[in-house]
Design a protein around this ligand. Structure first.
Ligand code: ATP
Length: 322
């Protein structure tokens, strides 16, 4: 179990982590999500005692990291791909870690086997692919057989096979009752792996929820309506108390009305339809909506547009479509 209480980190007048309070529980994968610059790495570094908080604290099974007797036996971490000593073989890299942390030598073969690097154990990591480097980093995290594991963006840059392997490994570790905490900036990735979600933006907690609840709350459904008479269709819908949202190409998104009912309304008012299709918003969109206000550097797009011939009247509500 990892517990954060009021965890805060300031760099000068920049608040990277802002009063974070949440717990990471054992027996499941917890996804730690946030856009770039949200404070995920800073939070993880403080969890590992690599950075000291400005205020608040982190407890690993009730203790601060610096109070852990054999830290690698309690918590293992894969932070961003780290340089491994170029002159040592993969085996010797792990041997040095094992010797300096009172970890029995036999664990080295077990973890090399687990991550699929036994055949290249005597090779130097400087010739390793990105995926092999990640595997070696994971072997190091698992070396002390810790009950808590932390992975910072573990699938970044990996091929589909490597991504699949890491996903399954995290689920397997959680299935053994371990605490698995993994950061990502991709909701779609987390939806496949995590059972629980912690979302931050600009260092602040935005959500602490089960994945199932997040999906239930955020799987917005709507109907896409395409018509050569967008203004007429909009006026008809507004007269029914429904406000469509226009997409860039003039198609409309209508929420809260069944497709069959929309078709009947269009037929009754003699509006020609070219498309009437039920849609489900992606989780990625839900995540972007949740974090939209906290993205540090926003690109402004032209996605939210009024219908053709309706510019500047404010007739259609703008859709945040990032
Ligand atoms: N040593 C530092 N000095 C000053 N500012 C820092 C330092 N480390 C991080 N920051 C700032 O703190 C904020 C949070 O950074 P952090 O790397 O923790 O975010 P992140 O969520 O991990 O982002 P990413 O997904 O891009 O890695 C950013 O605005 C970053 O510029």
């Amino acid at each position: 179990m990892i517990e954060l209480r009021g965890l805060t980190k300031r760099y000068g007048d920049k608040t990277a982590v802002d009063h974070l309070t949440f717990s990471v529980r054992p027996g499941m994968v917890t996804g730690f999500l946030g856009p770039n610059g949200a404070g995920k790495s800073t939070t993880m570094r403080m969890m590992l005692g690599l950075d000291s908080p400005t205020s608040g604290d982190v407890r690993i099974d009730g203790r601060r990291y610096d109070q852990l007797r054999d830290p690698l036996n309690s918590i293992g971490a894969l932070l961003e791909a780290k340089a491994v000593h170029g002159g040592r073989s993969a085996y010797n890299h792990l041997l040095c870690m094992a010797q300096s942390n009172n970890i029995p030598k036999k664990r080295i073969d077990s973890v090399l086997d687990l991550v699929g690097l036994s055949d290249v154990a005597k090779k130097r990591p400087k010739g390793f692919s990105l995926g092999m480097g990640q595997r070696l980093g994971i072997a190091a995290a698992l070396l002390g057989d810790p009950q808590i594991l932390m992975f910072d963006e573990p699938v970044n840059g990996l091929d589909p096979e490597g991504i699949h392997w890491i996903r399954n490994l995290m689920k397997h570790l959680a299935g053994e009752g371990r605490t698995v905490f993994v950061s990502s900036h991709l909701m779609s990735e987390m939806a496949l792996t995590a059972e629980h979600l912690v979302v931050i933006g600009r260092g602040r907690l935005l959500a602490d929820t089960s994945m199932a609840d997040f999906i239930a709350e955020n799987s917005r459904t709507f109907v896409r309506v395409r018509t050569p008479q967008p203004e007429r269709m909009r006026d008809v819908l507004v007269s029914f108390g429904v406000r469509p949202v226009f997409e860039q190409d003039g198609a409309m998104q209508v929420e809260g009305v069944e497709p069959a009912r929309l078709g009947e309304i269009a037929a009754w008012y003699q509006v020609v339809l070219h498309e009437l299709s039920p849609q489900k918003a992606s989780l990625e969109e839900a995540f972007m909506r949740l974090t939209a206000e906290s993205v540090e550097y926003q690109a402004h797009d032209q996605a939210a547009q009024p219908p053709p011939g309706d510019r500047g009247t404010g007739g259609a509500p703008a859709r945040r479509n990032r």
